[in-house]
Each structure stands twice: as structure tokens, then as C-alpha cells.
Design a binder for this molecule. Structure first.
Ligand code: ASP
Ligand code: MG
Length: 452
């Protein structure tokens, strides 16, 4: 096998959710001889159940969660032709989970959490190997922790890229010559050998890192949507799949809420110029989107993204007029409160900004605390507006083109535009509208700019 022909295929949770999904994914793998390395997520729902256990639960709740995990995984085991081959190993994993969950109930820790949640990927990969073996495929299970060395920032560990390259060359590449290798996304190990994880949704990152280490020709990411669309098809049924898109455009989309891919996870692919294909394992024949460094004839308007529940902070102060350092003070306060700013516009005596809610607490608590507001109020007058939505238009050379303003805003006459950001990126123009208008704004724009 030529190295340049290697394709790394990654399957997300829904693609390995149950026996049927796993078999469909196996068909996809076997449909392309260049796929020699498969990276898997945990079966859908399993990571969330494990995270709940890691938080520490009372016995009754703990048993309920453990039962649910067992039910999901046994539903796959039970449909194998020879379940006995794998049952003991799966049972051992389930026992481990129960033991760790009990420990977490006494004292939870980030290291324990990672150890616990890693079992989702360990189990799904064991089951997938068995499904392939029953089809007489020479499939081999590979523990990615042997090569995915990370620091010990449990929960969000950073891999050591050069060690990964070296260990992949020694331990992984030779295996790819003789077997189809199945491994885990999301997990790694630190210097002392303890299990770490790369952060939620980290399997795409694993796939990109391994592709970089092996200098793969392409990464195929199989999920439950057939690629990236011009906008969310649930809002605009006429939205169209984009066949080819650049990393830059995709990055602007992902930051604006398109859940398909997260730009940071693709960084290893971007820096090595490895194209990433995104498709649906439920319907592989439908094709998908290829994300790469360059596309032919990049269109002025590419896609529309919507992000709901935006909070706008407006800060007014006459001191700002001809003053220096006002913004620095504002940002210092925000930084102290761990608030990252998303959009920003300024006038002579005021600043408007939205808060970046990506990576905010999973409990859904507001980022705006009373302490923050009090501190800002000592500096300036503060106004808070909630229930806004952010609409982002993604395109190419937007800031260089003429007539963009008229084309976009001309059709938005009936709507109130609360704030507009344009010019920071030539790939993006975005604005805030009242939350209730957001879908209509997206529909109107899509209809007019994308002619469908
Ligand atoms: N199973 C992990 C999660 O749910 C990693 C992944 O799916 O990418 O976050
Ligand atoms: Mg996932």
C-alpha cells in the first residue's frame, strides 16, 4: 500500500449507535480499499451516560445509568453471530465502569472522569472489530493510547504531535500493511500512563491528528448529515449541499453554529493540506462535502449560519471620547470574569459587544454575573439586551466586493438590524436581529442570495 493512498475514516456516535448502524458503517469501510484506519466515537448517548456517572451518583441513579449503558451495548453484542467471543471482554469493560462509577460517587476527579468516559470508545471499537471479523475481514483492534501521548490536562488534554508521529511510524504504520486497523477517537494517555481525553467531540481531532502523523491522503468523516449545506435545511428545505468548500469558509460556518465540524479539530488536516470529506453513513450514496484548501470559482455568497440566544452588552461613557485605554479596561474586566467576546462594534462614546457562548457551562447558566455587571457599571453605563440572534453570511472576498451591502440589506428592509459586523474577515458578514425574526431573515436571505 502506498502511503499516499491511505484514507482515515472516522465514524461519529450515530454511525456506531447500534448493530444496524455499525453494519452500515462497516459497509462504508469495506467499500473503499484505501480505508485502512478507522477511528470511532462511542455509541451515541454512551459518553453522556459515562459523564453523568463520573459526576458521582447515588446508588439507585448509578444503577439506572449502568443499566442503560449495558442495554445499549448488549443490544449490539446480542446480534452478533457468535456473541460469546466478545461478551467476556465487554463484561469486563462494564465491570470496570461500575467500579469507577462507585469510586466517582465517593470522590470524583478529572483523571477518574477521563478513565471512566474512555470506556465508551473502547467498547465501540471492540464491537466494531467483531462485526468486521464476522465478515471475514482481517480487522485489528488498536489501543490509540499507546501512541496518542498527551499532557495531563484531563478533560481537555493536548497531544504531543511529534511523539505521535514517531510512535505512529513505529507502531501503527506497519500494522496498516496487513490489517484494517480499528481504533478509538477522543482518548489518549499522559506521561504516567493515565488515560486522558481531548475534549468533548474530540474524535474528529483524533482522526485529523492520526492523518497528519501518517500523512494520509484524505480523512472521511461519517456522521448523520450528508455534508455541509448552504443553510440549515430544517429552516430552509431548499438549502443545498455544498460539494466543495475551503477550510476558511468552513471555519467561519462552524464558529457560527453549524455543528457538522469544529474548525479547531481540523487544524492538523489544514496544516498538512489533507482534504476532509464529510458524509452520512446512513446514506453514503448521497455523497457529501469535501473541505480542502482551495476550490475552483469560489462564490461570493457561500452559506448562511444562524446562532441563537445572543446577549448584547452596550457600554456608554463620555470618558471614551478622545480617551485612551478605555477598551483595555473593559476587556481586562471581561477577562477577569473569564468572558470571551464574540462580536464588537464601537462608536465615539460607546461599545457594543456580544458574548461568546461557545464552551460555556453545560448547565446553561448565564455568563453575565451580577459581579461582572457591577464592575462594568463602575466604569460606564451598561445596557443588556437578550434574545437576539446572530445571522452570519459566509462567502469569499466579501469585504472587497461592491454592492454587497445593497444585495444583503436591501432584501432585509422589513427587519430591524441591531448590530452589523463587516470587514474583519473577507469570508464573513454578520449581524444581530431579534430572535423571533431570525428564521425569517435566514429564509429571505437564502431565497434572494442563493436563488432557491
Ligand atoms: N464520544 C466523545 C463525545 O461524545 C467524543 C466524540 O464523539 O467525538 O464527546
Ligand atoms: Mg460526536
Amino acid at each position: 500500500m502506498l502511503q499516499s493512498e491511505l484514507i482515515v475514516a472516522k465514524f461519529g456516535g450515530t454511525s456506531v449507535a447500534d448493530f444496524t448502524a455499525m453494519n452500515r458503517s462497516a459497509d462504508v469501510v469495506l467499500g473503499n480499499a484505501n480505508v485502512r484506519l478507522v477511528v470511532l466515537s462511542a455509541s451515541a448517548g454512551i459518553t453522556n451516560l459515562l459523564v453523568a456517572l463520573a459526576e458521582g451518583q447515588e446508588p439507585s441513579q448509578r444503577y439506572a445509568l449502568l443499566d442503560e449503558i449495558r442495554r445499549i451495548q448488549y443490544a449490539i453484542v446480542d446480534r452478533l453471530q457468535q456473541p460469546e467471543v466478545i461478551r467476556e471482554e465487554i463484561d469486563r469493560m462494564l465491570e470496570n465502569i461500575a467500579m469507577l462509577a462507585e469510586a466517582a460517587a465517593l470522590a470524583s476527579s478529572a483523571a477518574l472522569t477521563d478513565e471512566l468516559v474512555s470506556h465508551g470508545e473502547l467498547i465501540s471499537s471492540l464491537l466494531f472489530v467483531e462485526i468486521l471479523r464476522e465478515r471475514n475481514v482481517a480487522a485489528e483492534w488498536f489501543d490509540v493510547r499507546k501512541i496518542m501521548r498527551t499532557n495531563d490536562r484531563f478533560g481537555r488534554a493536548e497531544p504531543d504531535v511529534s511523539t505521535l508521529a514517531e510512535l505512529s511510524r513505529q507502531q501503527l504504520r506497519p500494522r496498516l500493511e496487513t490489517a484494517l486497523v480499528i481504533t478509538q477517537g477522543f482518548i489518549g494517555s499522559e506521561a504516567k500512563g493515565r488515560t486522558t481525553t481531548l475534549g468533548r467531540g474530540g474524535s474528529d481531532y483524533t482522526a485529523a491528528l492520526l492523518s497528519e502523523a501518517l500523512q494520509a491522503q484524505r480523512i472521511d468523516i461519517w456522521t448523520d448529515v450528508p455534508g455541509i449545506y448552504t443553510t440549515d435545511p430544517r429552516i430552509v428545505p431548499a438549502a443545498q449541499r455544498i460539494d466543495k468548500i475551503t477550510f476558511e469558509e468552513a471555519a467561519e460556518m462552524a464558529t457560527f453554529g453549524a455543528k457538522v465540524l469544529h474548525p479547531a479539530t481540523l487544524l492538523p488536516a489544514v496544516r498538512n493540506d489533507i482534504p476532509v470529506f464529510v458524509g452520512s453513513s446512513k446514506d453514503p450514496a448521497a455523497g457529501g462535502t469535501l473541505v480542502c484548501n482551495e476550490t475552483e470559482n469560489p462564490p461570493l455568497f457561500r452559506a448562511l449560519a444562524l446562532r441563537r440566544k445572543q446577549t448584547l452588552l452596550t457600554l456608554h461613557s463620555l470618558n471614551m471620547l478622545h480617551a485612551r485605554g478605555f477598551l483595555a479596561e473593559v476587556f481586562a474586566i471581561l477577562a477577569r470574569h473569564h468572558i470571551s467576546v464574540d462580536l464588537i462594534t464601537t462608536s465615539e462614546v460607546s461599545v457594543a459587544l456580544t458574548l461568546d457562548t461557545t464552551g460555556s457551562t453545560s448547565t446553561g447558566d448565564s455568563l453575565l454575573t451580577q459581579a461582572l455587571l457591577t464592575e462594568l457599571s463602575s466604569l460606564c453605563r451598561v445596557e443588556v439586551e437578550e434574545n437576539l440572534a446572530l445571522v452570519a453570511l459566509i462567502g469569499n472576498k466579501l469585504s472587497q466586493a461592491c454592492g454587497v451591502g445593497k444585495e444583503v440589506f436591501g432584501v432585509l428592509e422589513p427587519f430591524n438590524l441591531r448590530m452589523i459586523c463587516y470587514g474583519a474577515s473577507s469570508y464573513n458578514l454578520c449581524f444581530l436581529v431579534p430572535g423571533n425574526d431570525a428564521e425569517q431573515v435566514v429564509r429571505t436571505l437564502h431565497h434572494n442570495l442563493f436563488k432557491c
